[in-house]
Write a protein that binds this ligand. Structure first.
Ligand SMILES: Nc1ncnc2c1ncn2[C@@H]1O[C@H](COP(=O)(O)OP(=O)(O)OP(=O)(O)O)[C@@H](O)[C@H]1O
Ligand SMILES: [Mg+2]
Length: 85
């Protein structure tokens, strides 16, 4: 008859897997920069655009998960800080 394979896409669940999360490098870079600096961000968008999935991935990144950052080519340097000259 044919071969049945499982789709990697979810129809109605957040994407919680950092290894397959579809990258939004610019949004992730901006959001992580603000959150690492103890600022707040507001995530808005149309129904199903990916707000909850993005929030979930950001929460994991803030807790030390590196996968999405590495895949986006974003490096976090905790050894340096901006300082007033
Ligand atoms: N970056 C992504 N990579 C892969 N799949 C994604 C990504 N973002 C969202 N999805 C998929 O798109 C669908 C909608 O995502 P999500 O629930 O995060 O959207 P939402 O904006 O929070 O929706 P709602 O407005 O209904 O709350 C889900 O099936 C989710 O798995
Ligand atoms: Mg949602």
């Amino acid at each position: 008859m044919g071969i049945l394979i499982k789709s990697p896409f979810h129809s109605n669940n957040m994407e919680t897997d950092p290894t397959v999360y579809g990258l939004r490098p610019t949004i992730i870079y901006d959001a992580v920069r603000e959150l690492f600096n103890d600022k707040s961000i507001l995530i808005t968008g149309t129904r199903g655009i990916g707000k909850s999935s993005l929030s979930f991935q950001l929460q994991r990144i803030l807790n030390g998960e590196k996968n999405v950052l590495v895949r986006c080519g974003i490096e976090v340097d905790n050894t340096r800080m901006f300082c007033k000259g």
